[in-house]
Design a protein around this ligand. Structure first.
Ligand code: GAL
Length: 423
């Protein structure tokens, strides 16, 4: 005959165990930060942010819950599962715009942090029209930005271009780009380094190329529905994007974005169209600006700044709420913005930082941000709902295989229609 009191004790033990597995773990001195910053440059910058936080709050243990995969391609699905199960990290990385509002605020996963803007004078420190508004719903603000990346940058290996007699000026047209590609091809060098094991990297190459042809006004029209995805200008961009594939490194599908940047450093490829998180990789590898690597706006996009901003949220029901609030305060502080962005490649979102602490690339990007037309990125979740972003990535995957412009265009026309009717 089994011992009843033992059974009761065991049942109690398992009930407690189960509860502790499913409920978020709360503790007074812990903070869980979720992101996808795991490449060399990304994790160095994240560590810098952690160090500023640790100085302010030394007793708190930081749990770095980063999930590898550029652009958050693997992290975002993991996060969705955790949020849906009621097991949120205290704070997570999010792009402003559709991603923040549609994925996290509308379903009720975030707590507003409007008070932090008031108590820290952030209303004055961050650009309101452009950025705070992209994080606001019903007059409540839901994130604070760590930095702002410029998505439309074409990086190059300076020495390799010099050896091949290619000069890059302040701007580059698409024709100049293809002329350089032909020269390199004749010398047996794949001109364009791509690492699209995560398809977003090629989707971004297309995004940049599209912007180069339709311009910022066309971009606004396309995403407001005033221009269609089968417009002749859009198709022209698709044609240019197809042509670019003739100059890519053949192993692009096996590489991640940062591996492609490493290929560029080694001189295996000459160019890479990538957001300026690539800068963090050059820095990490001790590459020298201008001497080893250079940059120019992606062909045809000078005068536009593709915004890829990174914010942090406060989880509703954050297990470590006080630590999470202290973290957000830290992210928005001048110290953190200066330490983090120098290593990350992005520029501070605050406009009152000490510019002299930044190098030539950052100066260039800050100038561009101040005077150029801001363009929200579709690939990085700002310009359109998640379903459209997914359809965009899928359409790019298909196009890389069949190069069928009519299919590409009609798929996107349909996806845009669906996304409007779903709003
Ligand atoms: C973007 C993010 C950047 C950078 C990049 C590559 O979505 O905004 O901070 O991490 O992905 O992973």
């Amino acid at each position: 005959m089994p011992n009843c009191s033992l059974l009761t004790t065991l049942a109690f033990f398992f009930a407690v165990l189960q509860a502790s597995l499913s409920a978020p773990v709360a503790s007074a001195n812990r903070l869980e930060v979720f992101s996808w910053w795991t490449s060399g440059g990304e994790s160095a910058a994240l560590d810098a942010l952690f160090n500023v936080y640790k100085k302010q709050d030394p007793g708190v243990e930081i749990v770095n819950a980063a999930v590898a995969g550029g652009g958050g391609s693997a992290a975002r699905p993991v996060l969705q599962t955790r949020l849906a199960r009621g097991n949120p990290p205290d704070t997570w990385q999010s792009h402003p715009g559709w991603e923040l509002i549609g994925q996290y605020v509308d379903p009720g996963y975030c707590e507003p942090i409007t008070d932090l803007y008031k108590s820290n004078d952030w209303d004055k420190a961050f650009p309101k029209e452009l950025l705070i508004n992209m994080m606001t719903k019903d007059r409540k603000i839901y994130a604070v930005l760590a930095g702002i990346h410029r998505g439309n940058v074409l990086w190059y290996n300076s020495k390799l271009l010099e050896q091949n007699g290619i000069k890059v000026g302040d701007q580059m047209t698409l024709d100049q780009f293809f002329a350089a590609c032909d020269k390199l091809k004749a010398a047996g060098i794949p001109a364009l380094g791509v690492g699209d094991s995560g398809i977003w990297a090629s989707a971004q190459l297309f995004e940049n190329t599209l912007l180069g042809i339709i311009g910022p006004k066309g971009w606004a029209d396309l995403f407001s529905g005033a221009m269609q995805w089968d417009d002749p200008k859009v198709k022209e961009a698709m044609k240019a994007f197809a042509k670019m594939q003739d100059y890519m490194n053949p192993d692009h599908a096996a590489l991640s974005w940062d591996q492609a940047i490493k290929e560029l450093m080694k001189g295996k490829v000459a160019f890479s169209s990538m957001g300026d998180w690539a800068y963090g990789e050059f820095l990490k590898a001790n590459q020298k600006e201008k001497e080893d690597f250079g940059w120019v706006s992606h062909p045809g996009t000078a005068g536009s700044f593709v915004i890829v901003a990174d914010g942090f949220t406060l989880a509703k029901g954050a297990p470590d709420r006080d630590a999470a609030i202290a973290w957000l305060k830290c992210v928005g502080s001048k110290d953190a913005q200066e330490a983090f962005n120098r290593l990350k490649g992005s520029i501070p979102a605050r406009t009152d930082v000490d510019r002299s602490k930044f190098d030539a690339y950052h100066q260039w990007s800050m100038d561009s941000f101040a005077k150029d037309k801001p363009v929200p990125s579709c690939v990085h979740g700002e310009a359109a709902p998640a379903a459209f972003e997914q359809a965009f990535n899928d359409a790019v995957t298909a196009f890389m295989v069949d190069r069928n412009i009519d299919n590409f265009a009609s798929t996107l026309v349909l996806a845009a229609k669906k996304s409007v009717s779903a709003k």
